[in-house]
Design a protein around this ligand. Structure first.
Ligand code: NZQ
Ligand code: ZN
Length: 386
C-alpha cells in the first residue's frame, strides 16, 4: 500500500430535514451566489425552500440559473462576472454534478484575474476560491465531497477535469428525498457513474490495498442492489440513501488513497461527451464492458475473477472463466437491469468520424492505468462499442 494523506474537510449533513443547516452559510458572509440547473429544483419545490432559508438567515441572494448537463465554460464565465460585480462571498450549488462543478470553477474564477478556462486547463493556477456549499439532488459524481470539477468548451470539443483541495465543499447537504424526482434515465446513469468511479479505483496495480478493495466491492454491491430498486420505486428512501452515500464515498479518496492508479474509462468517456454531448454515466456503461474485455489477459484474470467472485458471487476454480462471466454480468446489469443503451449508436454516435482524434486525447489522459492503453487500442474499444 502506498503512503497517503486522507483529508475530507467537507461537513456532510446527511438525511431528512438537514436543509435547515443552510442557515450556517452566514458564517461565510452576507452575499451568496445560488447556482442551479434547468429547472428541476423549481419543479420539486427545493428552490423555494432554499430561498426561504437563505433569506431568513439574512443573506443577499444572487442567482445563476440554467447550468447545463456537461456544464459549459460560458455559464462559468457568467457566474464569475456576477461574483466579481457584486463582491459575492460564497457560492451555493443546488443540483447534480454539473451544477456543483460549475459552482466550483466559479468559486475559483471569482478570485482569479484571468479567464476561468485557464483554471480548467491549468489546475495549478487555482490558488484561491470562495467557500463552496452544495445541496445535492442527484447521486452520481461525488462532486459534493471531492476536489474535482469537469467543464466543457463544446465549441472546441474540449471537456476537461480540473481540481484543487480548495474545491472541496465546506458543507454538503445530502438529503436522499431530494433525489426522489430524478428520472429513471438519470438514476441509471448516476448508478453507472458511481460504479465506474469504483472500477477505476478497484482495478489497480498497487499491491496490498486489501481494505480499499473490500470498500470497492461494498460500493459495487450497493449499486447493484439499490440501482434497480431506485428505478422501479423512485421514492424508496433506503435505495436513494444508499446510492447517495455510495456516490460520495466512491470518489472522495476512501477507495483510492494508498492504491492510486490512473483512470482510463473516464478519459475515454469525456471525449464522447466533449464531441457528442452525451450523458456521462451512459457513455461509461457502454464503454466499460468493452474496456474490461480489452484489459482481460493472463496477467489480469485473477483480478477480474476476484471481482466476479466477491461482487457477483460467481463460483468456479478457473480464473479466466470466472473473469469472463463477471464481464458478461456487468454488461447484462447495465443493459437489462439499469436499462442503459448498449451501443454508442443508440446514444446518437453514428460513425467513426472523430474516433482517431478522441482516442489520441484519451490516451494522454489515461497514461499509467491498470492496463496500458495506446491510441489504437482506444479506437478499437470505441469501434467495438459502436
Ligand atoms: O438541470 P436540472 O433541471 O437540475 O436537471 C438535471 C439534469 O437535466 C437533472 N436532475 C438533477 N437533479 C434532479 C434532476 N431531475 C429531477 N430531479 C432531481 N432531483 O438531471 C440531469 C443531469 O444532471 P447532471 O448534474 O448533469 O448529472 P450528474 O450529476 O451525473 O453530473 C454529470 C457531470 O459531472 C461530471 C460529468 O462529466 C458531467 O459533466 N463529472 C464530475 C465529476 C466530479 N466533479 O468529480 C466526476 C465524474 O466522473 C464526472 O466526470
Ligand atoms: Zn464519472
Amino acid at each position: 500500500m502506498n503512503n497517503f494523506t486522507h483529508s475530507i474537510p467537507t461537513k456532510v449533513y446527511f438525511g431528512k430535514g438537514q436543509i435547515k443547516h443552510l442557515a450556517e452559510l452566514k458564517e461565510s458572509g452576507s452575499k451568496v451566489l445560488l447556482v442551479y440547473g434547468g429547472g428541476s429544483i423549481k419543479k420539486n419545490g427545493l428552490y423555494n425552500k432554499v430561498y426561504s432559508i437563505l433569506r431568513t438567515a439574512g443573506l443577499r441572494i444572487y442567482e445563476l440559473p440554467g447550468v447545463e448537463p456537461n456544464p459549459r465554460i460560458e455559464s462559468v464565465r457568467e457566474g464569475v462576472k456576477i461574483c466579481k460585480d457584486n463582491k459575492v462571498n460564497m457560492v451555493l450549488a443546488v443540483g447534480g454534478g454539473s451544477v456543483i462543478d460549475a459552482a466550483k470553477v466559479i468559486a475559483g474564477g471569482a478570485l482569479y484575474g484571468g479567464d476561468p478556462w485557464s483554471l480548467v486547463i491549468h489546475p495549478r493556477y487555482i490558488l484561491k476560491a470562495l467557500p463552496i456549499y452544495t445541496v445535492l439532488t442527484l447521486a452520481a459524481t461525488g462532486s459534493e465531497m471531492d476536489s474535482f470539477a469537469v467543464i466543457s468548451d463544446l465549441s472546441k470539443h474540449e471537456k476537461w477535469g480540473t481540481g484543487s483541495p480548495l474545491f472541496k465543499p465546506v458543507m454538503s447537504i445530502c438529503d436522499p428525498e431530494y433525489t426522489f424526482s430524478v428520472s429513471p434515465k438519470q438514476t441509471a446513469a448516476g448508478t453507472a457513474d458511481i460504479m465506474s468511479h469504483t472500477f477505476e479505483n478497484y482495478f489497480t496495480n498497487v499491491e496490498g490495498g486489501y481494505l480499499q478493495a473490500r470498500f470497492c466491492e461494498g460500493v459495487l454491491k450497493t449499486c447493484i442492489k439499490y440501482g434497480p430498486i431506485a428505478i422501479a420505486e423512485p421514492d424508496n428512501y433506503d435505495a436513494r440513501a444508499n446510492l447517495m452515500w455510495a456516490s460520495s464515498n466512491a470518489i472522495n479518496g476512501l477507495l483510492s488513497d494508498g492504491a492510486e492508479v490512473a483512470w482510463c474509462v473516464h478519459p475515454m468517456e469525456h471525449e464522447l461527451s466533449a464531441y457528442y454531448d452525451i450523458t456521462h454515466g451512459e457513455g461509461l456503461a457502454i464503454l466499460t464492458p468493452h474496456w474490461m474485455e480489452f484489459a482481460l489477459n493472463e496477467g489480469t484474470a485473477a483480478k477480474f475473477a476476484e471481482y466476479g467472485r466477491n461482487v457477483w458471487g460467481i463460483a468456479g476454480e478457473d480464473d479466466m472463466e470466472v473473469a469472463k462471466a463477471a464481464i458478461e454480468r456487468t454488461r447484462e446489469f447495465f443493459v437489462n437491469e439499469l436499462h442503459i443503451p448498449a451501443t454508442l449508436r443508440e446514444v446518437g454516435i453514428e460513425d467513426e468520424k472523430y474516433f482517431e482524434e478522441m482516442a489520441a486525447k484519451a490516451a494522454e489522459g489515461s497514461k499509467g492505468s491498470f492496463v496500458p492503453l495506446e491510441k489504437d487500442d482506444i479506437v478499437a474499444i470505441y469501434r467495438a462499442a459502436l
